[in-house]
Design a protein around this ligand. Structure first.
Ligand SMILES: [Zn+2]
Length: 311
């Protein structure tokens, strides 16, 4: 199967009350772990690449790894640019085989965000590629994206209609309390998402796909393995899965998961190396990390996203 856009996936997810997982890819083992899980569960999939991933693994390697995954797994896969910072990186990914890009103009003024997003949409649509925009600011750190708690801001529902109609975006990332990284809430702070804001946005944008970034749940199972094997991730805390399930049933059609993959991979590698200091074959520890990635993605698909058997 060739790469697809997210148009059909989102339409079916919206109508079916589930969400598509958008998983960040950085190397072969991560691509394999994610796509094997989705392939076995017959789930549609979004593989996303950040600017940091392109810097680390190189654009061509990532595209070719995803193409290999398409040969090995008979499921629809969209290849998406995560957090495109400007028109140039979006254009480079559109010209380089991606089927979806995000232009993140959320750090600009409302008018400048509209201007850059509209420019990307015009170019992308002329090439058959879809575009995700962002309104509101998520806190946290992810690759090149850094926003302090003080600068974070919920999406204003009264801005969404104008933003979508003037830019022509195909989906919209919103800020309702999720954040990037493995420390989403302070110790003792009760995790909370503003479902009232999501509901208000949905009223103003009927049948329009919404995207949640920073939606890892930071599995305490993997945190524990990392802690027990010489790591230090005390106080790591994510979004509770029941909140993500609630989001998946709503207008949220795309849920981004990155930190959970990092934790799963690291837990596997750490466990092998900590227990066997003489190990030096990379396959020995990477295969355990890859198996963790696969079981994490299978869990997300069946128990959180609800996208199994929807390919
Ligand atoms: Zn993000």
């Amino acid at each position: 199967m060739a790469l697809v856009t997210t148009t059909e996936m989102f339409k079916k997810a919206y109508e079916g009350g589930y969400a598509i997982g958008a998983f960040n890819v950085n190397n072969m083992e991560i691509v394999q772990g994610i796509t094997e899980a989705a392939g076995e569960l017959n789930s549609p999939l979004i593989l996303q690449v950040s600017a940091g991933a392109r810097k680390y693994a190189n654009h061509t390697y990532l595209v070719k790894l995803v193409e290999a995954a398409l040969i090995e797994n008979d499921i629809p896969i969209a290849l998406h640019l995560d957090h495109g910072a400007d028109f140039e990186i979006c254009k480079s990914c559109i010209d380089g085989g991606f089927t979806s890009v995000m232009i993140d103009g959320s750090h600009h003024s409302f008018e400048d965000n509209i201007a850059v997003t509209k420019k990307v949409v015009e170019y992308a649509h002329s090439k058959g590629v879809v575009v995700e925009g962002e309104l509101g600011k998520l806190a946290g750190v992810e690759d090149d994206v850094k926003v302090s708690d003080a600068d974070a801001a919920y999406t204003h529902p009264d801005e969404v209609e104008e933003f979508v109609s003037r830019t022509g975006v195909d989906s919209l990332a919103i800020a309702i309390g999720t954040s990037h990284g493995a420390f989403k809430f302070k110790p003792g702070q009760k995790p909370m998402l503003r479902f009232d804001i999501l509901e208000e946005i949905t009223k103003r944008l009927p049948n329009f796909p919404i995207v949640l970034h920073g939606a890892s749940s930071v599995s305490q199972e993997y945190v524990k393995i990392i802690q027990e094997n010489g790591g230090n991730l005390a106080d790591a805390i994510g979004i509770p899965e029941d909140m993500l399930r609630q989001a998946a049933r709503s207008a949220v059609c795309k849920i981004n998961i990155d930190s959970d993959l990092r934790l799963a991979m690291t837990a596997g590698v750490r466990e092998v190396l900590w227990n066997n200091p003489a190990a030096f074959d990379p396959r020995e520890y990477l295969k355990v990390g890859r198996a963790n990635v696969k079981s994490l993605v299978a869990h997300k698909i069946t128990n959180v996203l609800g996208s199994d058997n929807k390919a």
